[in-house]
Design a protein around this ligand. Sequence first.
Ligand SMILES: [Zn+2]
Length: 200
Amino acid sequence: MQSGWRPQNGHIEVVCGSMFSGKTEELIRRLRRAQIAKQKVVVFKPKIDNRFHKEKIVSHSNQEIHSIVIKDADEIIQHSVFAQVIGIDEAQFFDNNLIEIVQNLADCGKRVIIAGLDMDYRGIPFEPMPQLLAIAEDISKMHAICMRCGAQANYTYRMTSSKERVVVGAGEVYEARCRHCYEAPDEKDDMKIKDKNSES
Ligand SMILES: [Zn+2]
């Protein structure tokens, strides 16, 4: 271990928010600063996300950093033995196993920085993010700009009618929206039913 690195350095940071809120950009910024300080950094992302580049984390603004693509959160442990700083992107795609793993890493003195969507397209908390937010020492909630009205956006609105929780895509599939402009999918369905009833 690098001199000056102590077990009490261990902690968990979570960067959360909707799509287009700059989560990945913020994750990369923190990891880069650690690299500049010559700290040993390792970065992970789940296999589900194949957009842009396979072995890099790339933000929408084209910032990038090398990452290890893993299928399961368990793989983080074996790759993190010598790391001082551990970055995890798209954490909402890992299972709840991730919670115990990051707790253990932080207990071992490692700084763990996690980025992820806090809610899915229905506006429902996206596990394991709620649990990670609860155990983190430091939380940053990022915001996008509502693509309808320009207000601060907290929601990810999906423009397709798919009911699957995970549909990978960016600008062509999703929009950031504020509370006022966001409609939950069920509400949209209800509106259609109402429209039909009023027609008859
Ligand atoms: Zn709006």
